[in-house]
Write a protein that binds this ligand. Structure first.
Ligand code: DGT
Ligand code: CA
Ligand code: CA
Ligand code: ZN
Length: 591
């Protein structure tokens, strides 16, 4: 985790503790804001401290400076530690339970003496939480579900947390003069949304350097604890509690090893079966002729002393198995091997296919940049269009726009759009889908907008029927072009709406409504399974960052990963249309 993110978490925690204590409401809000700013910042906050330019960062006040400076200098903050010590330590982990906010925690603590997860579980079971003001059985049930959900996702880290750590380790390996190649393998290379452990692979320029490389690896700054270390292997626990296994393999076997350790296991099993059928055998060392392969030749931990049919690159192995190259995101045994054997693999969408972002926020609602700044940033990314979609009026905590403010904002967006050459701006809005499926403005107001992303934000605990009817009703509106983050889930934190997806896909396809893959972490909503279900049902998708800052517009990659895992091609994504085609898409539904 970067220093910025560590500090962002620290501020979020401080804000939560203040809320639990019921003190300093204004300071709690200010600290939440600082947390968000730190998360979105592109430069290292350490630089700002060293150069003394902390004051120039908008939105970070005096009392935050001290916390940041302390933390940068000493790795901790006295203010934070004092605050944390002022509440029972068992209360803080409760913050991570979906359905349980600081206000409720505060109530449980002050009225019922709950100070830990253990006590909460017990109280939920024995009925002692009944009768609290504002806490009905429905709320209690949703907390029970939140606890169950947390237990079920325990032990797997989200890709957004795991990837930066793994990427830092790989780039450190690549900087070493002894290292020839270093790659991420395992579920992380396949782009799974949660990661059990990280598998890294490297090869060396000189066989004898294994000991030195593995010794250096376990001393990388991200490493917190060493589990094991040898000539061909090392295992560590990093900051954030992530296990990372490094394997060192000979360069001539690198491709086969990468293939093997990328998995998935089910994909590997299918590949080995295919190899067998062709009179070959496939293992982590290479692809060999079965007739030449004699297990007795092979000492454990060493490459077989025979000529390999293929071993050096993954492409070679796939080619010798009469398969097209299968991208790592597809290696889940979901039909990819069969497709590859018939040259029927999809040409997966890539970053270069995107022509614009259709969901982002400015400082008119809860973003931090202006319309101009967002538009310029989108241009710098090579985009041809950008939709500005600030929040609608019900999102009061996000400074959602009243109808009156929205109409002015539309004019402001159009004005900037006319001024700017090289990018088209769409005056849009992220309109709340209210609990009953109605939209947050009258149709007459909606008709003024160039594009509408309609999203669920509140009432995310509905049952399947209510939730599905709600989204269906929004899909039926001729003004809605995109359903934003359709379930409202947050990875590892909130399950989101239990939609009946078959009905959603059908209605979206029939009406010409795109379903969003929200690339913002930890949303990633739709996920890979549902995105694939959508395209199989003939729906179009939209892939958007939901950026709240200029930097946020860069965070499209995880959304693309989800899309690629869903077999999505550029043809199925409205962000890959030309501007004219996009207008046609929006216009057809409105007619
Ligand atoms: P994870 O770590 O749970 O997120 O998922 P993976 O896919 O990274 O699984 P992991 O770390 O246990 O193993 C990495 C890869 O190594 C896996 O995708 C395939 C390969 N592998 C590991 N153990 C076996 C095995 O017993 N049989 C086969 N065929 N492949 C294995
Ligand atoms: Ca793994
Ligand atoms: Ca592993
Ligand atoms: Zn939203």
């Amino acid at each position: 985790m970067s220093l910025n993110h560590e500090l962002a978490d620290l501020f979020a925690r401080m804000a939560a503790i203040m809320e639990i204590k019921g003190e300093n409401a204004f300071k709690a809000i200010a600290f939440s804001k600082v947390s968000r700013i730190l998360k979105d910042m592109t430069f290292d906050v350490r630089e700002a401290v060293e150069k003394g330019t902390l004051e120039e960062i908008n939105g970070i006040g005096k009392s935050s400076h001290k916390v940041i400076e302390d933390y940068v200098r000493t790795g901790r903050s006295v203010d934070h530690d004092e605050l944390a010590a002022s509440v029972p330590s068992g209360l803080l982990p409760l913050m991570d339970i979906s359905g349980l906010g600081p206000k409720t925690i505060s109530l449980f603590w002050k009225q019922r003496g709950i100070t830990s997860l253990e006590e909460l579980v017990k109280a939920l079971a024995d009925g002692s939480l009944e009768g609290l003001k504002g806490i009905g059985e429905k709320k209690l049930e949703s907390i029970r579900q939140g606890i169950a959900f947390q237990a079920q996702s325990a032990g797997r880290l989200g890709i957004g947390e795991a990837l930066p750590i793994a990427a830092a380790l790989v780039s450190r390996l690549r900087e070493m003069k002894e290292v020839k190649q270093a790659e991420i393998a395992g579920s992380l290379r396949r782009g799974r949304e949660t990661i059990g452990d990280v598998d890294l692979l490297c090869s060396l320029k000189n066989d004898a350097a294994g000991e030195a490389v593995s010794a250096a690896f376990v001393k990388f700054p991200e490493v917190e604890r060493i589990l094991g270390q040898g000539i061909t292997k090392a295992s560590v626990i990093t900051v954030g509690g992530l296990q990372v296994d490094l394997r060192i393999v000979p360069p001539e076997n690198f491709g086969a090893a990468l293939l093997y350790f990328t998995g998935s296991k089910d994909h590997n099993v299918k590949l080995r079966g295919r190899a067998q059928d062709m009179g070959l055998t496939l293992n982590e060392w290479g692809l060999y002729k079965l007739s030449e392969y004699d297990k007795t030749q092979k000492k454990t931990g060493e490459a077989p002393a025979i000529h390999a049919v293929a071993a050096k690159t993954e492409s070679e192995v796939y080619r010798k198995l009469d398969l097209e190259f299968i991208e790592p995101e597809l290696r889940e045994d979901r039909g990819e091997i069969d497709a590859a054997s018939h040259q029927k693999l999809p040409k997966l969408i890539a970053r270069a296919d995107l022509r614009g972002d259709l969901h982002c926020h400015t400082n008119a609602s809860d973003g931090i940049a202006t319309i101009e700044q967002m538009a310029e940033a989108a241009m710098a990314l090579g985009y041809q269009f950008l939709a500005i979609t600030d929040h609608s009026k019900s999102q009061t905590i996000a400074n959602g726009l009243s109808a009156e403010r929205l109409l002015k904002h539309i004019q402001a967006i159009h004005k900037v759009g006319e001024k700017m050459k090289g990018i088209k701006l769409l005056a849009g809005c992220e309109v709340d889908i209210l609990a009953d499926g109605s939209l947050d403005y009258e149709d007459a107001i909606l008709a003024e907008l160039d594009i509408i992303v309609a999203s669920p934000h509140m009432a995310l605990k509905q049952d399947s029927t209510a939730a599905t009817d709600r989204i269906l009703r929004a899909i039926e509106s001729p003004y809605v072009s995109i359903i934003g983050h359709p379930t409202g889930r947050l990875l590892n934190r909130r399950e989101g709406l239990p939609l009946d997806f078959a009905r959603i896909y059908k209605a979206a396809a029939a009406t010409g409504t795109a379903l969003e893959i929200n690339a913002g972490y930890p949303r990633l909503d739709l996920n890979d399974i549902h995105a694939r279900g959508a395209i199989d049902a003939g729906c179009l998708l939209s892939i958007d960052t939901d950026a709240h800052s200029v930097e946020g517009l860069n965070e499209i990659d995880l959304g693309l990963t989800v899309a690629r895992r869903a077999w999505v091609t550029a043809k199925q994504v409205i962000n890959c249309m030309s501007y004219q085609e996009l207008l046609g898409f929006i216009g057809r539904k409105r007619k």
